[in-house]
Write a protein that binds this ligand. Structure first.
Ligand SMILES: *[C@@H]1O[C@H](CO)[C@@H](O)[C@H](O)[C@H]1NC(C)=O
Length: 263
């Protein structure tokens, strides 16, 4: 009886104004899962990741699974993508954003467990510390994306955020290789995956904000933002999605209006 009531309630919730329960198995609203590092995660002590602000600008519930210090490799090896794979249902959306902790060389004796094998294909490296095989950023991200798409979910591969581009008082930046890798990952996965250049959107926003305002968003170092900075970085993401900056993503129809205008 309890089971039946739950089904009926779910059906009514999904049926809108007409009141005829249909498709009770499918949830009315997709859930957005976030996979990333500290720049996306719920952190603290005067800092915050942008994933905590996303729900304010879209019409979907957000589950922030980003964790500080992780790379595409360590997020994979710790089973964190697998955990999301267990959770996702058809129509859910997973945003994957890594890069800050993915650089370096896994072949060195001091392999930190985070560095990916260089390249955007099926290159492999051997960990100089453990002897284990290490794969590329693309290998890890694409394997995760395919596992979500196989469950009927959609994936948005997002490029990493930039560091403080006004750190020296002059606006200078070069695009990290992981931005191109992220774009390639979405292309390689194909149907069900899309790309948004969050790096470029935030860079454009910082250029517009100028030196003083941008520097004020980085209270401790050049990577981690204040809560105010995280809110703006979330707005840049949503603006890029809403403007179809790099094509149409699965989040396209869930952006609240008015669209943020930060860049
Ligand atoms: C994404 O689109 C923006 C706006 O057109 C562009 O500046 C940027 O280079 C694109 N990113 C990639 C990786 O193609």
């Amino acid at each position: 009886m309890v089971y039946w009531s739950t089904l009926l309630l779910a059906g009514l919730a999904a049926s809108g104004a007409h009141g005829t329960p249909v498709e009770v198995a499918r949830r009315a609203t997709p859930t957005v899962y976030l996979a990333g590092d500290s720049t996306m995660a719920k952190t603290g002590n005067g800092l915050m990741g942008w994933g905590e602000y996303l729900a304010q600008y879209i019409t979907l519930p957000v589950v922030n699974k980003a964790i500080a210090g992780r790379s595409a490799r360590s997020y994979t090896e710790e089973g964190r993508f697998s955990e999301i794979e267990q959770l996702v249902q058809a129509d859910d959306i997973v945003v994957i954003e890594f890069g800050h902790n993915d650089g370096g060389s896994p072949s060195s004796a001091s392999d930190n467990g985070r560095s990916d094998c260089p390249g955007a294909g099926d290159e492999t490296c051997t960990s100089g510390k453990t002897g284990a095989t290490v794969y590329t950023f693309n290998h890890y991200v694409e394997a995760a994306a395919r596992s979500f798409v196989a469950k009927g979910a959609r994936v948005v591969v997002s490029s990493q955020t930039p560091n403080n581009l006004w750190e020296t008082g002059t606006f200078v930046y070069s695009v990290p290789r992981f931005v191109g890798y992220a774009a390639a990952a979405a292309e390689h996965v194909g149907a069900g995956a899309s790309f948004v250049d969050h790096f470029q959107a935030v860079a454009d926003m910082f250029l517009k904000l100028g030196s003083a305002k941008t520097n004020a968003l980085y209270p401790q170092d050049h990577t981690h933002t204040s809560p105010e900075g995280a809110d703006l970085v979330a707005q840049a993401f949503v603006e890029a999605v809403g403007k179809r900056f790099n094509g149409t993503t699965a989040l396209d129809s869930y952006v609240k209006s008015p669209l943020p205008a930060v860049f």
